[in-house]
Write a protein that binds this ligand. Structure first.
Ligand code: KG4
Length: 340
């Protein structure tokens, strides 16, 4: 009999539900939250209230689009964390209550592992290229920057990670400094396309091993723009394309240096990327280019799977379900990765 899994994702500001049958995507519904735009960042309390309003219609719509009755579900996979606790509470509580009502098991999923396994969501009419194990995943989002060695859908080893800010945060903070709004990544990505990436340079961190640091480069941009603005109040306006292109290139250089080092150290040549920042066009191009030079096989997620979505949670949960994992009802959401 086929496994039909309902995935539920509510770790930040997207309420999402998806249905997969034996790994094939039947539906993936995402409700975003515009309410945060006015505040320049996600407001946790507003996010949980919006999840509470969205969760029932989003799950109903996912089942409807999949053409699946709730009674046909084999299990429910849900994001346990990391993320905003109030947001996670909505998804986890809903998943557990629905599982109880339908008398089917629930399986908790680490949100980051969902991003890492996004390539395993199979879609009708698509190429469905999937990495073979072991592979390296560069996981880059608003909350994390990691290089993960993936030996199986259940076996993850973090080889390196940021010791301070995440790379997505660096994009967002740069955007704020340049007065470009939130979220910063997409705006910087787009302005950088018409800028000169070699015009300005920023201090690079010297962190041992495979770990990252992005707080210094952010400060470097802050001081640089402050000094230039003192000389010319229109400096940012006149140079924003070049500033974006140069800052973006500096971030990508940092990411790639350690990824190349990790591939060299492990001898692994299957490389994927995941998380919100994996939507960045220059990063995507660079990974393909470096991969071509170094004999890697590279995998880029479809844009719709770079941001938070329940399809990746459903597929990560399905692997756990197949392995016999079932989560008890007293599982509580966790906000930090260290608590997983
Ligand atoms: O994974 P994600 O959706 O959620 C969080 O971790 O919160 O990642 C969001 C991050 C934000 O920092 C956003 O600026 C960044 O991903 N992002 C991008 C792009 N699109 C989104 N960064 C660079 N280039 C992009 N095109």
């Amino acid at each position: 009999m086929a496994d039909i899994i309902l995935g539920i994702e509510s770790s930040c500001d997207d309420t999402s539900a998806a249905v997969i049958r034996d790994g094939w995507l039947l539906s993936n519904v995402i409700a975003g939250q515009d309410v945060h735009k006015a505040y320049g960042g996600v407001v946790p309390e507003l996010a949980s209230r919006a999840h509470e309003q969205n969760i029932v219609p989003v799950v109903s719509e996912a089942l409807k689009r999949a053409g699946v009755e709730a009674s046909e579900l084999s299990a429910i996979a849900y994001t346990r964390g990391p993320g905003l606790l109030g947001s996670l509470l909505v998804g986890t509580s809903f998943a557990k209550a629905l599982g109880l009502a339908l008398d089917i098991p629930t399986v908790m999923v680490n949100h980051l592992q969902g991003h890492i396994l996004a390539d395993f969501v199979k879609q009708e009419g698509k190429e469905n290229r999937q990495p073979s194990f072991p592979y390296l995943c560069l996981l880059v989002s608003g909350g994390n920057s990691q290089i993960v060695k993936v030996s199986s859908p259940l076996d993850f080893e973090i080889l390196g990670q940021t010791i301070d800010d995440a790379v997505g945060e660096a994009f967002d903070k740069c955007s704020k400094m340049l007065g470009l709004g939130y979220p910063g990544g997409p705006v910087i990505d787009s302005l950088a396309k018409s800028g000169d990436p070699t015009r300005f340079s920023f201090a690079k961190p010297h962190i041992p091993g495979l770990d990252y640091s992005f707080s210094g480069i952010k400060t470097s941009l802050l001081y640089f723009t402050r000094d230039e603005l003192a000389k010319d109040p229109d400096f940012i306006e006149k140079n924003k394309e070049d500033l974006c292109a140069s800052f973006q290139k500096a971030l990508i250089d940092i990411l790639m240096d350690k990824l190349i080092k990790a591939a060299r150290q492990t001898g692994i040549r299957q490389v994927t990327i995941g998380g919100g920042v994996s939507a960045n066009s220059a990063l995507r191009a660079r990974i393909v280019e470096e991969g071509r030079k170094r004999g890697w096989t590279t995998y880029l997620p479809e844009f719709k799977f770079t941001t938070d979505n329940a399809a990746m949670i459903a597929v990560a949960g399905w692997f756990r379900y197949l392995a016999g994992e079932r989560s008890p009802l007293d599982v509580a959401p966790v906000s930090r990765i260290a608590d997983f």
